[in-house]
Design a protein around this ligand. Structure first.
Ligand code: AMP
Length: 383
C-alpha cells in the first residue's frame, strides 16, 4: 500500500493559474501547506499558497530545489516540460506521473495513444510538410481541422480547412513543423467526463457534463446530463479505460464529441482538474480539486455525488470592457456563487472567474447563471 501523505505536509504544484488556486484552497482547507512554482509572480495560485517560487519550468535546478521542499508534486498545467516532472520525481512522488503529461501535452502522441487503446477519435493523420498535408487532405477530405501537434488549448493553434485549396495558407498560419490533420466532426454536442483515480487504483467520476463553447472557449457547463441510450455508460467506461491504461493517479478530464448518430469520439485529454468540473466546487460532495489532493496524497477518494442541479458559466476578460463588472447585481440571485481568480489584468478571452448557479434542473441553473452574467455588465452599459 502506498503510504498516505497526511495533513501538515507540503504539496507542490507546478503551474500557478486558477486550477492551482482552487487546488491550494482545497488543500489548505484540509490542513496541508502548498508551494507553487511557475514563471509568474503574484499569480492566482501564489496569492493563496504558502510559498510562491518564481522560476521557469526548464530551470531544472530551481525545480529540484522546489521538489526538495515539498512532500509530493502535482501540476495544474499540462504544458510543463516533462524534464521538470522527471527532475521532481528524483526527490518526491509526482502524481500523476510525468508520462501522463508527456502524452497529453502533444496532440499527436495523445491521438496515437488513444488509437492504440482502440478509443474512438475523429479520423486523423500526422502531417509534417505541405506535401504531407495535401496527401492527408486527399484521404481525410474537407472540412478538416489542422492543429499544431504541441502546446494547444482553447482552440489555439488550430484552423478549419473548408477546401483543399486552403492548405498552403493554413500550413503557414499555424506555423508548425509538426501537426495533426483531423476530420471535422459535425457534432450534436460536446461533453466531458471528469474522473479521478487513487493511488490504490480506485476510480470515481463526475458523470457526463455538457459543454457549450463560444469562440472555441468553454462558455457553459451543465453537469449530470443524460445521453441517449447507453451513452453515459459508454463515456464513463472510456474514461475509466483511459485513466487505467495511462496509470493516472490524480484527476483527468476526457472531452468528447457526441456525433449526430450518438457515437462518442474523444477530442482531448486534460490530466488535471478541468474547467468543465468547476461546478463540483459548490455542487458536489467532493470537488475535483479535493479529489486531486486526495489522489496526490494517496488518501481514499471522496464521493462525487451532485448535491443539487447546477451549472457553471465562465467569466472572460471581455466582461471588463465597460469597466468593473457589477458583482452585486450578479449576486441578487441567492442561488448564484461567484468565483474570481485574482488576475490583475482582464484581457479579452482570458478566464477571470466563473459563476455557479443552482436551479430546478441543469438547464434552469444554466439560465440563472447566464442571467447573472448578463447583469454583471448591464448596469455598466446603462441597461
Ligand atoms: P481543442 O483545442 O482541440 O480542444 O478544440 C477546441 C474546440 O474546437 C473544440 O471544443 C471544438 O468545439 C472545436 N473542434 C476541435 N476539433 C474539432 C473537430 N475535429 N471537429 C469539429 N470541431 C472541432
Amino acid at each position: 500500500m502506498t503510504p498516505p501523505i497526511l495533513p501538515g505536509a507540503v504539496l507542490g504544484v507546478l503551474g500557478s493559474g486558477q486550477l492551482g488556486r482552487m487546488f491550494a484552497i482545497a488543500a489548505r482547507r484540509m490542513g496541508y501547506r502548498v508551494h507553487t512554482l511557475s514563471p509568474a509572480a503574484g499569480s492566482p495560485t501564489g496569492q493563496v499558497a504558502d510559498r510562491e517560487v518564481v522560476a521557469d519550468y526548464d530551470d531544472l535546478d530551481a525545480v529540484a530545489e522546489f521538489a526538495r521542499g515539498v512532500d509530493v508534486v502535482t501540476f495544474e498545467f499540462e504544458n510543463v516540460p516533462v524534464a521538470a516532472a522527471e527532475t521532481a520525481a528524483r526527490f518526491v512522488p509526482v502524481r500523476p506521473r510525468g508520462e501522463v503529461l508527456h502524452v497529453a501535452q502533444h496532440r499527436l502522441r495523445e491521438k496515437t495513444t488513444l488509437w492504440r487503446l482502440g478509443v474512438p477519435t475523429a479520423a486523423f493523420e500526422a502531417v509534417d510538410s505541405p506535401q504531407a498535408l495535401d496527401a492527408a487532405l486527399g484521404r481525410i477530405g474537407t472540412p478538416a481541422v489542422l492543429k499544431t501537434a504541441g502546446f494547444g488549448y482553447d482552440g489555439k493553434g488550430q484552423i478549419v480547412l473548408r477546401q483543399p485549396a486552403e492548405a498552403g495558407q493554413a500550413w503557414r498560419a499555424i506555423g508548425a513543423g509538426e501537426a495533426v490533420l483531423e476530420a471535422f466532426v459535425d457534432f450534436e454536442s460536446e461533453v466531458s467526463v471528469v474522473a479521478a483515480r487513487g493511488a490504490d487504483g480506485a476510480f470515481v467520476h463526475y458523470g457526463v457534463t455538457e459543454n457549450r463553447h463560444r469562440d472555441h472557449i468553454l462558455d457553459v457547463s451543465l453537469p449530470g446530463v443524460s445521453l441517449p441510450g447507453d451513452g453515459n455508460e459508454r463515456a464513463v467506461a472510456l474514461a475509466r479505460e483511459i485513466l487505467e491504461a495511462l496509470d493516472v493517479v490524480g484527476v483527468l478530464c476526457v472531452e468528447f464529441f457526441v456525433t449526430r448518430d450518438g457515437e462518442l469520439l474523444v477530442n482531448e485529454l486534460a490530466p488535471r482538474p478541468h474547467n468543465s468540473g468547476h461546478f463540483s466546487v459548490d455542487a458536489s460532495v467532493t470537488c475535483q480539486f479535493e479529489q486531486q489532493v486526495r489522489a496526490a496524497c494517496a488518501l481514499p477518494l471522496g464521493d462525487t455525488g451532485l448535491l443539487r442541479p447546477a451549472a457553471m458559466v465562465n467569466l472572460l476578460g471581455d466582461l471588463w470592457d465597460a469597466g468593473e463588472p457589477d458583482w452585486a447585481a450578479a449576486l441578487r440571485d441567492p442561488r448564484v456563487k461567484l468565483h474570481l481568480y485574482g488576475k490583475a489584468e482582464a484581457r479579452p478571452g482570458r478566464k477571470m472567474g466563473h459563476l455557479t448557479a443552482f436551479g430546478d434542473d441543469a438547464e434552469d441553473a444554466a439560465q440563472r447563471a447566464l442571467a447573472a452574467r448578463t447583469r454583471l455588465s448591464a448596469s455598466a452599459r446603462g441597461g
